[in-house]
Design a protein around this ligand. Structure first.
Ligand SMILES: Cc1ncc(COP(=O)(O)O)c(C=O)c1O
Length: 446
């Protein structure tokens, strides 16, 4: 395929340079060169730029099942899975069929559909704490809106988040602890006003004292505490025994809303997500990725009394032209149906992930590498450190140069893992025993 013309990009929009005009190729490098002039860093989301693994990004041509193919014709076993949505693998035939059929009925109406009822009811059946939900288009919107609802409900302004947990790029969540440790927060991005950052207090994951201290120092001011129940944006870091239960108790004691950001864990750690896995019920939950089956769809929801505060029932404003659109809703419904009706998939992907985790440990022993493997369900991460990684500081102790070498070695051998140390490895139902064995063989070969 001629990617330049296939992109249907008009000359009026792009200042076509000489070397670009001559381009009639499918090579990642050449597409990257063009992209750099069109989009910041050549990408629409920073991690795609491969910045921390010392090479230029792959441009993907297509994907099917457990594999992606780049525009250069290379095939890879894919453990990125579009950063989580691909639990069934790419282009699952039943999902594609349902989506294509839905397209013929119209892409968006900006009006209610029965499909939204179907998806909302399925979510409530599978995650009972989500008594009422609102559909949005991205995880960022879901967390931002959940926090607004929690503020509207409690009449308080401050929130607590954890260092190393990622909840999307809204202003109030791009915040880090300031030099005064747990007292003064500062923006974690240019463009975020310092005054916004001050409403976000930053605690340390798995550190109960840091949470206690914030509640004590901010009595009756905390609207919500938001947490990834399994942190999967600093690599994968598991909650210590009782940590989530502790968060449940301390939020309840302080009248704050407990928000589980299950954008990654939702429908991945089993059909009921992390809250089912750990047996802890939050007040609100955010979902993304799998819930849209690969389409832009995310959801926030929780206790009816909180969700009733959202417009038009309540005074917390939140809206969206494409929210709950019929195509994303169709992909979500079909994906959840397939997961719900084939529960053995979870056993299989967990067993495969455990096999991989064991192989990484063998690799570490065989080659005398400093490695620490965190794994839960079908989420996994290899850290290049001899520390037991249980918090952000532990994750930061990983040798990112060693990670980059590992990434490049795997990619050169047909295996695509996350191009960053601080991301998860995702295992899907499409990964066959042969795919897992091939990955193990590569891991243990060199
Ligand atoms: C836990 C978590 N929350 C929120 C988000 C933001 O979602 P999105 O990228 O769809 O805005 C992400 C994205 O990776 C995430 O991992």
């Amino acid at each position: 395929m001629n990617w330049y013309s296939a992109g249907n990009v008009s000359a009026a929009v792009i200042n076509i340079k000489k070397e670009v005009v001559e381009l009639n190729t499918t090579k990642s490098e050449e597409l990257y060169k063009i992209a750099l002039d069109l989009m910041p860093g050549g990408v629409n989301s920073p991690v795609r730029a491969f910045g921390s693994v010392g090479r230029n990004p792959l441009f993907i041509d297509h994907a099917k099942g457990a594999y992606v193919w780049d525009v250069d014709g290379n095939q890879y076993i894919d453990y990125v899975c579009s950063w989580g949505p691909g639990i069934l693998g790419h282009a699952h035939p039943e999902v594609i069929e349902a989506v294509v059929k839905a397209c013929y009925d119209g892409l968006t109406f900006g009006a209610p559909t029965g499909k939204e009822n179907t998806l909302a009811a399925m979510i409530r059946e599978l995650i009972p704490s989500m008594e009422m939900v609102r559909m949005v288009n991205s995880g960022t919107e879901a967390t931002m809106s959940a926090i607004r609802a929690a503020r509207g409900y409690t009449g308080r302004d401050k929130i607590i988040k954890f260092k190393g947990c990622y909840h999307g790029h809204s202003d109030g969540l791009l915040v880090q602890a300031g030099s005064a440790a747990l007292t003064q927060s500062v923006p974690d991005s240019a463009g975020v006003p310092a005054s916004f950052a001050q409403q976000t207090l930053v605690a340390l994951y798995n550190d109960r004292d840091s949470v206690r201290e914030l509640f004590e120092n901010n009595k009756d001011q905390i609207a919500a505490l938001i947490v990834e129940p399994v942190a999967a944006n600093m690599g994968v870091v598991l909650p210590e025994e009782g940590f989530l239960q502790f968060l449940r108790e301390i939020t309840e004691e302080n009248g704050a809303v407990l928000i589980f950001d299950e954008v990654i864990t939702g429908f991945r750690l089993g059909i009921g997500g992390a809250q089912q896995w750990f047996g802890v019920k939050p007040d609100m939950t955010t979902l993304g990725k799998i819930v849209g089956g690969g389409m832009p769809m995310a959801v926030y929801g929780g206790k009816k009394e909180i969700m009733q505060k959202v417009a038009p029932t309540g005074k917390v404003y939140q809206a969206g032209t494409l929210s709950g659109n019929p195509i994303a809703t169709t992909a979500g419904i079909k994906t959840l149906e397939l997961l719900r009706d084939n529960p053995s998939i979870y056993d299989r992907i967990e067993a495969n992930t455990k096999k991989l985790a064991a192989a990484y440990k063998t690799r570490a022993e065989k080659f005398g590498l400093k490695m620490h493997i965190n794994q839960i369900g079908s989420l996994m991460c290899a850290f290049f450190t001899d520390e037991n990684v249980k918090d952000y500081a532990g994750a930061l102790s990983s040798d990112t140069k060693a990670y980059a070498d590992y990434f490049n070695y795997m990619l050169n051998n047909g295996i695509y893992v996350a191009p960053s140390q601080f991301e998860a490895m995702f295992i899907s139902g499409a990964h066959s025993d042969e795919d897992i064995q091939k990955t193990i063989d590569v891991l243990l070969a060199e």
